[in-house]
Design a binder for this molecule. Structure first.
Ligand code: BDR
Ligand code: CA
Length: 312
């Protein structure tokens, strides 16, 4: 097997972020160099605490965690307690952390880790893009050290936070704009694909049946996550958005992509945070982003269950 791909997860756990972390740590194709956290689904203190609790659950306190931005580049932070609960990770009895966040800011952790890496590193952002935008703006010379940015955010078609915008891009569109236009290969794992990557009540039962602590915790977390989707969309089948970004890096070919030009609307009165995808064909704007469009639901949910099952 080729050397594992070095990755850094930048996240705001978050139920689906927690599953993304679990998948990344389960997959032999990936080498997780660290986790950086950002204010998003909940405030920064909560998302950092949640990342540390997940690492305790998985028995991986060795993975470095660095806390980053507690608010977007130019805006006030908007959180999502109606989706993830007040803690950002409501619904399960998680262990207390057995490790601490590093003293330096996430951007400094990213700078040092990218500089020290022997090959370009893949960034997997699954929250608002504030940390990554800040990194690219502060240390533009580091773009050469980033091999790929595979981000969960955006949508080619409908949004989820507003009719136009997906949550992560809505929260910090200015940071997203920097990232989409940075020149590094970018993959957009947007709602078009994540709404095909579903887990629901049968998967809750399968996770519980594993009979392990991680199995029970993720059954409870998934059950909590399904309740919001049942109320909002009328189905307990729930998109596990963030884990799709990890799955795409680990398993090439699982996600179908097409290359288009994408930019971010920052100032629109009713379209703020929209990822504007040019799929008109020729003549069009030069493609800059691989846009994810399809995934096999069963293959995805099997991958997720196997990932949780790999932890005792
Ligand atoms: C994104 O928003 C958050 O609530 C999820 O964690 C995911 O990253 C989906 O729109
Ligand atoms: Ca997230």
């Amino acid at each position: 097997m080729p050397n594992p791909i070095p990755v850094i997860l930048d996240c705001d756990p978050g139920h689906d972020d927690a599953l993304a972390i679990t998948l990344a740590l389960a997959r032999p194709e990936l080498d997780v160099l660290g986790i950086t956290t950002v204010g998003g689904n909940s405030g920064l203190a909560n998302t950092t605490y949640n990342a540390l609790r997940i690492l305790a659950l998985l028995g991986r306190p060795d993975i470095p965690v660095a806390a980053g931005s507690d608010h977007p580049l130019t805006r006030k932070l908007e959180t999502a307690p109606e989706v993830h609960g007040e803690s950002g990770l409501d619904g399960a009895d998680l262990p207390e952390p057995i490790s601490e966040a590093r003293p330096e800011h996430a951007v400094e952790f990213l700078r040092a880790t990218l500089s020290a890496a022997t090959e370009p590193v893949t960034l997997i952002p699954t929250g608002p893009l504030t940390n990554i935008g800040l990194l690219l703006r502060t240390y533009p010379e580091l773009t050469a050290r980033i091999g790929h940015i595979c981000l969960m955010g955006g949508a080619m078609r409908a949004g989820n936070w507003t009719p136009a915008a997906e949550f992560n891009i809505w929260v910090d569109p200015e940071a997203a704009r920097i990232v989409f236009n940075c020149g590094v290969p970018v993959t957009m794992i947007g709602l078009d694909v994540t709404h095909q990557a579903l887990m629901g009540l049968p998967e809750v039962d399968r996770l519980r049946a594993l009979g392990t602590r991680p199995g029970t915790v993720f059954a409870d977390l998934l059950h909590f996550f399904t309740r919001f989707h049942l109320e909002r969309y009328g189905s307990a089948d729930t998109p596990i958005h963030d884990a799709v970004a990890v799955a795409h890096v680990a398993i090439p070919g699982l996600v179908r992509t097409e290359r288009y030009h994408v930019d971010v609307e920052c100032t629109g009165e009713i379209t703020r945070g929209r990822t504007v995808v040019d799929d008109r064909g020729q003549p069009g704007l030069a493609p800059n982003v691989d846009v994810a469009l399809g995934i096999d639901r069963d293959a995805f949910s099997e991958l997720m269950i196997a990932a949780v099952a790999s932890f005792a």
